[in-house]
Design a protein around this ligand. Structure first.
Ligand code: FPP
Length: 246
């Protein structure tokens, strides 16, 4: 597949598409501010961008896409903004996601969903069940997600298993720890993209990004395009990955 940039043509190697791409969708607020719109308008535009990018990942043959939609820290935002994001999420689960049915797309949620409203929890379960046999792109939405919180929950579960005799302390390996995480059966992301010029991990997938390649772009999330995704993949494909070896 080819894309154009600065009058040059670049080719993406379709045999080396990352299996798992993770995205920190940052910059919705700034996008809205630039247009003198309320922050929630930025999130709405961000949700539309997400729909496009899900479609493009599916077309490119990406197997897993994890997106950071709401962090454990995001509850500190104004009630109005939290409510607006939650309403978008309802819409996503009830409207946007239905459109993906024909595309063989699966939905999963990572994070501590117990703090989400009851109707949202039910809608998540319904979508997860309805799409569980789809074997195309799997979209993982991180909701009330924090990497440290995920590790705490995993350690608690493992400690309970040690208490009940189902796990022995000396049996704990990296694979065992990974099996207690929200991403238990999902390969680690090869590529992590963050938009809006910020270059931080912000408590996203702390365990899983140990060997990921990072790609930062100044584009604000609502302005992120299919072509920018292709540029990120091209950049990834032209890096040398050594995993600590030589
Ligand atoms: C970060 O931008 C974005 C968020 C905290 C929310 C992400 C939500 C969406 C992309 C849309 C909703 C999608 C679903 C599935 C609910 P920011 O608000 O921190 O932007 P800023 O740094 O410019 O203020």
């Amino acid at each position: 597949m080819f894309f154009q940039k600065d009058n040059k043509t670049f080719e993406i190697n379709m045999d080396n598409i990352p299996q798992h791409i993770a995205i920190i969708m940052d910059g919705n607020g700034r996008w809205a501010k630039k247009r003198a719109l309320p922050r929630k308008a930025g999130h709405k535009a961000g949700a539309e961008t997400l729909e496009k990018i899900i479609g493009h990942c599916s077309k490119l043959g990406v197997k897993h896409l994890t997106v950071y939609a709401f962090s454990t820290e995001n509850w500190k935002r104004s009630q109005e903004e939290v409510d607006a994001i939650m309403d978008l999420l309802r819409q996503y689960l009830n409207v946007y996601f239905k459109r993906f049915l024909k595309d063989n797309i699966r939905l999963r949620v990572i994070g501590d969903r117990s703090r989400l409203a009851q109707d949202i929890q039910e809608s998540i379960m319904e979508n997860e069940n309805r799409t569980k046999d789809k074997d195309g792109l799997c979209v993982h939405i991180a909701l009330n997600y924090g990497g440290r919180d995920e590790l705490c929950r995993a350690v608690k579960k493992a400690a309970k298993d040690v208490e009940t005799g189902n796990l022995k302390a000396e049996e704990i390996t990296e694979d065992v720890i990974a099996s207690y995480l929200d991403t238990a059966d999902v390969p680690d992301p090869e590529l992590v993209i963050r938009t809006s010029g910020e270059e931080r991990i912000s408590n996203f997938l702390l365990w899983q990004v140990a060997y990921s390649e990072f790609y930062f772009t100044d584009a604000l999330w609502p302005d992120f395009t299919d072509k920018m995704l292709e540029e990120a993949i091209y950049d990834y494909q032209n890096r040398e990955r050594r995993f600590g070896g030589r």
